[in-house]
Ligand binder design. Structure first.
Ligand SMILES: N[C@@H](CCC(=O)N[C@@H](CS)C(=O)NCC(=O)O)C(=O)O
Length: 238
């Protein structure tokens, strides 16, 4: 009897922020051979995203899981959780019991806060956004940066004991979805804006070092943002 085959289309762009979560997740935990995942890297023009045929308006990553108009998953964490649940293989990166799942959700929620703050910070501080004619407020940049560090500090507070024992942020023995979400943000901030988010966060520096040598951390051409973008993006006013 042949195994069922699943076909998905992933609209993404691995040099960007949220799509990196998908890249890191799939590198850590490739999908089984019964799943065919077509990856389409979207491009951007002067008016924003160029939607390829078949992709509705909306942010990336976006996963097409079927042929009806409702068959899209449009939020990154929902995509990650869907793939974990639909295609169980090895350890569950959502956590393996109610307590562990709660710890993973805590880290995912805090990583989301950090990511939002980082986004709001650079939106208000980078020459890239200024060049796009977007309204910027230096005080908003400062406040967002400050809150971003508060949230990184909270993750450290939760995770210190685990990281000291060589475990991951939610206490798991291997990376969880929480680790993947925060990893993507830290990696992107460096690659795109030349920002080191972990200055002053010694425990998180140790945690980031734990990724060395893992597949998710491998340099890949597709993760390198266009230099014409980064050259401007790295000029930050705050
Ligand atoms: N909350 C969304 C955020 C996704 C997001 O903001 N993606 C960016 C790329 S990193 C994007 O597609 N921006 C262009 C747009 O929204 O049109 C998620 O978790 O998936």
């Amino acid at each position: 009897m042949s195994l069922p085959t699943y076909s998905y289309t992933l609209y993404t762009q691995p040099y960007l922020l949220y799509p990196r979560r998908l890249s890191a997740y799939l590198a850590e935990k490739p999908l089984p051979k019964t799943v065919n995942l077509e990856q389409i890297n979207v491009t951007f023009g002067p008016t924003g995203m160029n939607n390829p045929p078949g992709k509705p308006n909306g942010s990336i990553p976006m996963l097409k899981i079927g042929d009806s108009p409702d068959d899209y998953i449009r939020q990154t964490v929902a995509i990650l959780e869907y793939l974990e649940e639909k295609h169980p293989r090895g350890r569950d990166m959502r956590g393996s019991d109610p307590e562990e799942r709660a710890r993973v959700r805590e880290i995912v929620a805090l990583a989301e806060d950090v990511t939002q703050c980082m986004g709001f910070y650079v939106y208000n501080a980078s020459k890239l956004q200024e060049g796009m004619g977007l309204e910027q407020a230096p005080s908003a940049a400062r406040l967002a940066k400050e809150r971003m560090h508060t949230m990184l500090g909270k993750i450290e507070e939760y995770a210190t004991r685990y990281v000291r024992e060589g475990r991951w942020l939610a206490g798991t023995q291997e990376p969880s979805l929480g680790d993947v979400c925060l990893y993507a943000t830290v990696e992107y901030a460096t690659a795109f804006y030349g920002l080191n988010l972990l200055g002053g966060h010694e425990v998180l520096k140790t945690w980031y070092g734990m990724w060395n040598g893992r597949e998710a951390a491998r340099e890949r051409e597709e993760k390198i943002p266009p230099v014409e973008m980064t050259a401007v993006a790295k000029i930050l006013s705050v």
